[in-house]
Design a protein around this ligand. Sequence first.
Ligand SMILES: [Zn+2]
Length: 476
Amino acid sequence: MSQRLCWIGLLAVLVWGGANSMTRAQAPDKASRAAIVERIVRDALTHKETYAMLVDLTTKAPHRLSGSPGAAAAVEWARQQMIRSGFENVRLEPCMVPHWERGDIGELKFAEPGEATDEPLPILALGGSEPTPPEGITAEVMMVKTFEELAQRRAEAKGKIVLFNHPMPQTDPSTFSAYGAAVGYRSRGASEAAKAGAVAAIVRSMTTRLDDFPHTGGMRYQEGPKRIPTAAVSTLGVGRIARHLEAGRRVVLHFRQNCRWFEDAPSFNVVGELVGTTHPDEIVLVGGHLDGWDVGHGAHDDGAGTCHSLSAVRTLKKLGLRPKRTIRCVLFMNEENGTAGAKAYLAAHKDELDKHVFALESDRGGFTPRGFTTDANPEALAILAEMATHFTDFGAERMLRGRGGVDISVLREGGVPLVGFLPDPHRYFDLHHSWRDTIDQVNERELELGMAAIASLIYMVADMEETLPRNPKPSN
Ligand SMILES: [Zn+2]
């Protein structure tokens, strides 16, 4: 047990045993639920349709950054998948999304001291960054580990390229919380460096690996400071720069990138349903995000969550498992660089927020399912934890305190219990937002079992006699 606790980090709390607090009225028919889960798992592993769907998505729309032709292709692909699988009320719900393009791959290389190999340092512009001037920026490097260090050495930063060398903490057993501890340097680094007079900001890639794959991701400029260009460099690239600095040598880098912004573009969330039998107005939402970065194919992020969600509803429909409440599949647009889709969903469905009884998001990749994280109130959590005991055979029985997901977090204001799918976290950041996020990194059985756990959980929640107890609405 202590190993399990370590695995997810100190904040996580295991909650089984909570099933004891369930009332008699809510007690499910355990045997019939077990039989349903078994049917779903068997179907998933027999036909492997989730994986086939992900192959199709990553072949037909590999690059799905908001506003791009690839994102538009993904929208149409998802709509066709829903229609073909017999979803009901299939529709596109509009949103306006930011449109940023990387341009060419850019370059970062040593001007001083010359390296024997003189190989460029692998970089990727951060999503939303300004370009450098066409001729690039050549400036001395100042390396810092933290914003505090930057503040202490502020006088040195003027006219320099600030390198934020803040690794994801290796000692954290949860890579997701390790990412959370470091990602602020990616999202805020450029503006903090600009405040100190820097001319550019380079950020150590958000990964626990040492390799030469840079990892992009969203960044935001604050109002006020100059909008200086920013990119992520590979972890081995950071090492090459750091070795010189630590030896007391002055390092001058040449940095060039030609990314650019365009006008906001029209796009869509893709929505389809399996309408409930007796409470069709009550909604159990399942979803992921359809957009993805322009490097790699977004196979795990979030092609996996997209296909988990589509395939879960398709599997229930195919097996004739139509629950009491409506299951609504929502494939959100623009999770990566703006969450315009999530905001548009909330705006369009504000009137039926109270009818959303549960929401589940899959956006942590398609690796071996371990369970779920949830912000549900203790009573609902006990019910969900009991449901998850049906996934013990394939090791996906955890129901831990934690987050739902970025897109569904907009439903929190309605007191909707939120759940996030939790796969094994150790390889996700090897490939997250990088060229490596391709279909060959996805294991069919792992992906299918994740889908089976999701399909089973949403079915059980949607088919409960009593509605899952809601969370208190946040007061603000
Ligand atoms: Zn994602």
